[in-house]
Design a binder for this molecule. Structure first.
Ligand code: NAP
Length: 328
């Protein structure tokens, strides 16, 4: 997070009765916070590294606070909560800045402090929290189940994956045999990035629709059975499937020097023990956008937050369009 400009706050205009709350986070909230200052009476942070830094920089209208006070607001005010992109776990815990005192967890009773009509966004939310929010008329948005977020995110993810591949191989991606496992949002964008670099891309997908789409876009497309019987064409394998697809039988059939870059969420789709035993380099690579393109990751978060707010709180849409348009 760079140095903050206090003038941004004092010059803010057209503020509505909105309170913005940052719950945890990984530092990529800067862009979102700057946009929200334009419409918020106050920005609050609960274990938020960004707000903590803003308070230290004496940014006006920014405060560190705790749950549940963070969620309370005056009459006719609405609260927007920006939770961590990594999501809130089932026990209510979330990614938080350990330098700011004790750990906090989101409790069912905290949700009751949110005024009706408020908004709660996070990567994912526990089912119990969503049920309570639905009962209280709180608008919920889970970044990680949004197509918009996934497609935006797929671009820095693909670039990070390419960077890891380059730094873990002794050969060029150009003319290499590359397998992309899974052809969802990440697989589709990654295959395109690799093709642009001149790789010979084979898409491995279980669905016939995905395979026909991959074929139509110019890739060789096979199912998992076919891949399992001839995995030795691959110099690099990129996995995007969040299920165990790279089992020891397949790993033992890989050509010497083949590298696996596993992008799927923890624990990935690779038998890492088997890979280590068989001497195959396999890398689990989570969080690539924030690691390789933090600025872009910040803009992506701001773009989806603003988009959801403009769709949900239509009275704010003109102002949000003005500040949010062209963010990404
Ligand atoms: P997605 O759009 O849902 O795509 C997932 C793909 O995996 C689909 O092709 C799906 O096929 C396939 N798949 C799911 N389960 C399967 C199984 N048991 N066997 C075979 N294929 C299966 O998801 P995404 O947005 O591309 O994300 C993919 C993964 O990457 C997720 O785990 C996500 O969290 C992770 N991710 C990681 C990073 C990073 O920085 N490393 C960044 C973004 C996303 P069907 O369509 O047939 O279901």
């Amino acid at each position: 997070v760079g140095s903050l400009n206090t003038a941004e706050f004092s010059q803010s205009e057209d503020r509505h009765s909105i309170v913005s709350v940052f719950l945890g986070g990984d530092g990529r909230e800067k862009e979102t916070a700057f946009v929200l200052t334009r419409i918020s009476r106050e920005l609050r942070g609960v274990k938020s590294p960004f707000i903590s830094r803003a308070v230290n920089d004496k940014m006006v209208a920014c405060m560190r606070t705790e749950l549940p006070e963070a969620f309370s607001a005056g009459d006719n005010e609405r609260v927007v909560v920006i939770g961590p992109v990594q999501g809130i776990k089932n026990d209510g815990s979330f990614v938080q800045d350990t330098d700011i005192g004790d750990m906090a967890t989101l409790e069912a009773s905290d949700i009751e402090y949110l005024p009706r009509g408020s908004m709660f966004m996070a990567g994912t939310l526990p089912a119990w929290a969503k049920e309570l929010m639905a009962d209280r008329g709180i608008h919920v948005f889970e970044f990680l189940s949004s197509d918009e977020f996934a497609f935006y995110n797929a671009v820095p993810t693909a670039e990070g994956a390419v960077c890891l591949a380059i730094s873990n191989t002794s050969f060029s991606i150009f003319r290499s045999g590359v397998a992309v496992l899974g052809f969802g949002r990440t697989g589709l964008v990654l295959a395109n990035t690799l093709k642009s670099l001149g790789a010979n891309v084979t898409v491995v997908a279980r669905g016939s629709r995905a395979r026909s789409q991959a074929w139509a876009l110019g890739y060789r497309a096979v199912d998992f059975q076919s891949f399992e019987s001839e995995p030795f064409f691959a110099d690099i394998i990129f996995n995007t499937v969040p299920a165990l697809v790279l089992r020891s039988e397949i790993i033992s059939g890989l050509r010497e020097g083949c590298v696996i870059i596993d992008l799927a969420s923890y624990p990935g789709g690779t038998d890492f023990e088997a890979a280590a035993r068989l001497g195959v380099k396999a890398i689990l690579a989570p969080g690539l956008p924030a690691r390789f393109a933090p600025e872009t990751a910040g803009k992506i978060l701001a773009a989806v937050v603003i988009d959801f707010m403009a769709k949900t709180w239509k009275d704010l849409a003109p102002k949000l369009d003005r500040v949010g348009g062209g963010l990404i």
